[in-house]
Design a binder for this molecule. Structure first.
Ligand code: GLN
Length: 483
């Protein structure tokens, strides 16, 4: 059962072969066994989850269930869920009980899904290895010496270890796709504005986007159907007609034009990842796709641009953690200024402080033009690269990450080398495009490799179709780590 698709679980629930309580309980038991070692969850509250499961069972008994009714879903601890501790991986919010639901949580509640618990993450979603969490590192279920990726490392590990049938993540520069790749699961970052950011704790607001993480593209499509939609409480939410993201799954790929950016296959890409990606492309050719070489000439600029803009937005967003309204407050201080200083010095970890300092610097009067304004102009050029490329192809493909999962501790003292692990994912956020990662094999060390699929704006249904057809022909997405 732990390897069942969401559709299979929904069918079992609808046929009363299993109740949501039993299903939820079985995942809670698996979490109890595996989580002490993997550390994928920050908060588990069996009583709360089972209460939701009972409510779902009533809906199902009345024949009122939808496809997600009664299905347990792990929620990244960046989404506020009413009555649940919501920490964002930080000591600053270590004691914060959310008084309201994020739009994404609200939508899952309306669908009758069960909140299975809150997953571990890099502090305020800043990181690529899940090592900056105040609640400790997460281990990669495929190899416990390896990182699971970040920042949605807890969600990725939870799905990979089959502690949850599905999870949510957020992606500011790669945080859904990179951990999905490193743990052998499927994850999609939608077009910016498709999923509401209301109640999703802000990191870099012009880049942050929530999305699903699951075993397959089909599961992701079903989850996205629930997560996406207009929300007037998020000023960047897009008011578009409701879409069925699963509508094109069955389309054959004959004639599909796949663009391969030459910059994504250049120096820096590990040979074992390159080989595995090439094998996946060969499979796509068998499925009827054609390959065209494209160029994204400003790829090299995406990391420097991101590390000006994301910290700038973060320094502003994180100003709210002042020890006054909610969250951590230093226990001892002399006066108000001292309280602010001590609270922020004690409440934030090193990476978050580094970002706040960089962000404050690039926004300061003397440096704004040289850094922030310049980065905004380059962001436009990076987006234009994709617009030009999509004149030649339907989707873009390449590796999600330059290497398979690196070892825990390997990059923690070298922020720049850590930042470089997002080289293929970050430009997608800067352009606001949708991107996803699917498992396509294993590298030399037996750790998973992810193929990135980048779509044009609002191309989610097409991307999910492209991913699903591959998953019909292969079984990488069904592989499980031995635990
Ligand atoms: N690794 C990138 C960072 O540290 C992206 C994180 C994310 O997407 N949330 O900022």
């Amino acid at each position: 059962m732990i390897n069942s698709s969401l559709k299979q679980l929904a069918a079992q629930l609808a046929a009363k072969k299993i109740s949501s309580r039993e299903l939820t309980q079985s995942y809670l038991s698996r979490i109890e066994t595996l989580n002490p070692d993997l550390n994928a969850f920050i908060t588990v509250d069996a009583e709360k989850s089972l209460m939701q499961a009972d409510a779902a069972d009533k809906l199902l008994a009345a024949g009122l269930g939808g496809v997600l009714t009664g299905i347990p879903i792990a929620q990244k601890d960046i989404f506020c869920a009413q009555g649940w501790r919501t920490t964002c991986g930080s000591k600053m919010l270590g004691n914060f009980i959310a008084p309201y639901d994020a739009n994404v949580i609200e939508r899952f509640n309306v669908a009758g899904a069960v909140n299975l618990g809150k997953t571990n993450m890099d502090e305020f979603a800043m990181g690529s290895s899940n090592e900056t969490s105040h609640f400790g590192k997460v281990k990669n279920p495929w190899d416990k010496l390896a990182v699971p990726g970040g920042s949605s490392g807890g969600s990725a590990a939870a799905v990979a270890a089959r502690m949850a049938p599905a999870a949510t993540g957020t992606d500011t520069g790669g945080s859904i796709r990179q951990p999905a790749a490193l743990t052998g699961i499927t994850g999609i970052k939608p077009t910016y504005g498709v999923v509401s950011r209301y109640g999703m704790i802000a990191f870099a607001s012009s880049l942050d986007q929530g999305g699903p993480m699951a075993k397959s593209a089909e599961d992701c499509a079903l989850l996205l159907n629930t997560m996406a939609g207009f929300d007037n409480r998020d000023s960047t939410s897009l008011d578009r007609p409701v879409e069925d993201y699963a509508r094109d799954l069955a389309q054959p790929l004959n004639g599909l034009k796949i663009g391969l950016p030459k910059e994504y296959f250049a120096e820096g890409l590990a040979p074992d990842v390159a080989q595995t990606i090439e094998a996946a492309i060969t499979e796509y050719k068998k499925l009827g796709a054609q390959v065209v070489e494209i160029s994204l000439p400003n790829t090299q600029l995406s990391i420097p641009v991101y590390y000006v803009l994301a910290p700038a937005e973060a320094s502003s967003n994180l100003a709210r953690y002042d020890g006054v309204r909610y969250g951590y407050r230093a226990p001892e201080y002399k006066d108000l200024t001292d309280m602010y200083k001590k609270t922020r010095a004690q409440g934030f970890g090193a990476e978050v402080k580094r970002r706040i300092l960089i962000g404050t610097y690039v926004l300061s009067a003397g440096y704004y033009d040289a850094y922030y304004l310049k980065a905004q102009k380059l962001r436009r050029l990076i987006a234009q690269d994709f617009t030009d490329a999509f004149k030649l192809c339907d989707v873009i493909m390449g590796p999600t990450t330059p290497t398979t999962a690196f070892n825990l501790g390997e990059k923690s003292d070298d922020p720049v080398s850590m930042y470089l692990s997002d080289i293929y994912t970050i430009a997608v956020n800067l352009a606001g495009l949708p991107g996803m990662s699917i498992p396509v094999g294993f590298g030399a060390n037996g750790r998973p490799v992810g193929l990135q699929i980048i779509g044009n704006y609002f191309g989610e249904a097409k991307m999910l179709n492209v991913a699903h057809q591959y998953q019909l022909a292969t079984d990488w997405h069904q592989r499980m780590p031995i635990l």
